[in-house]
Design a protein around this ligand. Sequence first.
Ligand SMILES: C[S@@+](CC[C@H](N)C(=O)[O-])C[C@H]1O[C@@H](n2cnc3c(N)ncnc32)[C@H](O)[C@@H]1O
Length: 602
Amino acid sequence: MSETILEMSVRVLDAGQKAALRKALGRSTSMKRGNEVIVSIAGIADFAASDADWQAFREAIVADAPEFLRESPQEYGDFQTPLSLARVVCQRLFDIGYRPKVLIEPTCGKGNFIIAALELFPSIRKVFGLEIQGDYVTECKARLLATLLSRPELKREIHINQGNIFAEVLTPEVLQIGAGEVLILGNPPWVTNTTLSALDSTNLPAKSNFKKHAGLDALTGKSNFDIAEFILLQLIRGFTKTQATVAMLCKNTVIRNLVEATSEQALPINNLRAFTFDAAKEFGVAADASLFVADITNDLGAKTCTLADLRGDSTKRVFGWVGKNFVADVARYKNARGIEGVSSVVWRQGIKHDCAEIMELTEEGDGWRNGADESVRIENDRVFPLAKSSDLKLHVVTTLRKAVIVPQESVGQDTTWLKQSNPRLWKYLSSHSDAFNARRSVIYKDKPPFSIFGVGDYSFKPYKVAMSGLYKSSHFSLLLPVNGKPVMLDDTCYLLGFDSLGQASIALGLLNSEPVQDFLKAIVFPDSKRPYTKDVLMRIDLQKVAALVSAKSVSDYLSKLEGADLNFELEDYEFFSSRGLAEEQTMFMMERGPAFHAGRRR
Ligand SMILES: C[S@@+](CC[C@H](N)C(=O)[O-])C[C@H]1O[C@@H](n2cnc3c(N)ncnc32)[C@H](O)[C@@H]1O
């Protein structure tokens, strides 16, 4: 049998030419797009005449790629939904009233959502499934055949195609969907664009597509985002003229970004709901995730989202926009916002050095041992007790396991004076200059040797009140000097420094009081990567807190604490209750400008 033009091309093209073609074709699998690419490269029209030939050609070109260039499951964000979970999702959608006529599964994998939807929605007349991986397309079709042979009453018009969601156009016009409810159901890939770039993957929307997608920048506001965000937006925008609903499993961060984007982008979605489920149990993924459901509308949409359990009945809370604030719990926020303002004392992040092995020490006899398991004998005056997030479990911290070298008193300070004043420390640091030079962050570029960040006079204040930025818990800890030295915190923590133990104790009492804890619960999403940030903490106006929490209740709280005998004078209390805007607070507001008020972020 004679070879087709495509078989012949696979044979005659050399490796470099195939690589160039792979690059030009990207992830697109459509014949139409392939023919367009060939026209743009070689001017040859109608290169492929049959879709089957084109797919064979495409596969042959990919199969020829070196191993490291082939697709990996990671780049597909591939977590197939168990049939049991897909059924629970469909049952829930049925219970809340959805009766779709058309089902679209835009990244259908092995097809569990399609099977569950056929079982639970007798209203469905047509099904469209799209999936990039050929093996899944085959498996999906085979499983559907098996299901329909055993349950012929579920028979419908079904189209399952291999294709790339970023290259194919999924709109009512293209799919020729008439009147009737559309349900866009599924579980888009769980992968971020940063991971994709690390894998050198092309499983991304084309760059030009990104740009046309007005407001994507505003949506992500960051360089790292889940491609599920893009897919959801693309679908929402494609179906505004239809009576359609999206129901997708995704990470809570994806849902939050979408709800957050409703303020700047006026997304055409309404009736937003998120139904939480245990992603660790269902998928073995350590991420908080939910079923996101939104009705696509022609009108400007809602700005809040209702949160409930996928398997429960009651609403947990509503999150989203209240005026100019994006909050985790709308009802709680409305009650707790009385203390919102700008903190009269400036919150600071702890020390950043990116060289833990050399800079962090543990006590050993008269000296120290570093993270490289070397014995370290240096002058002690630049070594300070160190607290990390894991040390902030108690309300009062008096002992610590670690210490840190603090070679500077302020950011950018010259360090060469250490050569004279601390010769053994200088020698120790110099002997490890490779480790310092290997620090990748640009912030260390052109800075004095062994530079650190997050250091200033506040670092050397004897009393600190601090909290972990990473942990879900919102409690604050008081750190007392250890062996007469002020405690340093690492950059996972935020702190206030005080000269007076009385003032530090009051700050602890005010921050652990109910109004502050309530306010934090209202504004903070505990499942974010770093729930507590400087911006969050700066929103606590301690003067307003002091107006609500009496000196007596702070004193009662302190008297119950173990680990230290804490008390204060009335004038310490007045420091919080009557102090006007401190100079540093004014500075902070000037630095942030109106954005701090207008564009508060989580
Ligand atoms: C999280 S899995 C979910 C699969 C299926 N929706 C389910 O719920 O079981 C994501 C799926 O998206 C597919 N996928 C990844 N990138 C794609 C793309 N660009 N176009 C179409 N499908 C894609 C993957 O192969 C994978 O099957």
